[in-house]
Design a protein around this ligand. Structure first.
Ligand SMILES: [Zn+2]
Length: 164
């Protein structure tokens, strides 16, 4: 099983290879550590995962950009390629073997006019907590407890964190 090497022919997110969707899904859930991603995919070498993450950051393909910057389309989820692997969804805290979390994926988190966001107003201020950290999970939990959206558009994004 090879990871995607280029995005030249990507015209719709639904046609992305399953492993690419899995990596995007993990990133969306805050799991951005290449070593962790390699482990989930049962890959001994981390290099190709790093390369894929770098491509996500630099790709100018509009479909890929949208998936990385805004998120995968609601409902587009893929199972992990190996059975028995599960990660915790930072939003509903369920252990899931499909990413992004199938339950939370259908809730459009990034569109302000969606009913889901209207029911859950944005938190008053963004957080500097890095994605995938316990701190960020705590921030998200606190927001959820207050009935707010767990994400804020100005939260530190994975790309920003990597550039530091
Ligand atoms: Zn969830």
């Amino acid at each position: 099983m090879h990871l995607q090497k280029n995005f030249d022919r990507v015209v719709t997110p639904g046609k992305l290879p399953d492993t690419t969707v899995v990596v995007l899904g993990l990133m969306e859930m805050g799991y951005t550590d290449p070593k962790m991603i390699a482990e989930v995919l049962h890959r001994r070498e981390v290099r190709s995962v790093r390369e894929l993450l770098r491509m996500f950051k630099t790709s100018k393909n509009p479909v890929v950009r949208h998936c990385v910057d805004v998120g995968l389309p609601p409902g587009l989820v893929r199972p992990f390629p190996y059975e028995g692997v599960k990660v915790m969804c930072p939003i509903c805290r369920c252990m899931v073997d499909h990413v992004p979390c199938p339950r939370c994926s259908v809730v459009s988190r990034h569109c302000d006019s969606s009913p889901a966001t209207r029911r859950h107003p944005l938190p008053p201020s963004p957080t500097k907590a890095a994605p995938g950290t316990m701190r960020k999970v705590l921030v998200m939990r606190r927001r959820a407890a207050k009935g707010q959206s767990v994400f804020h558009p100005q939260d530190v994004d994975p790309g920003e964190e990597c550039r530091k």
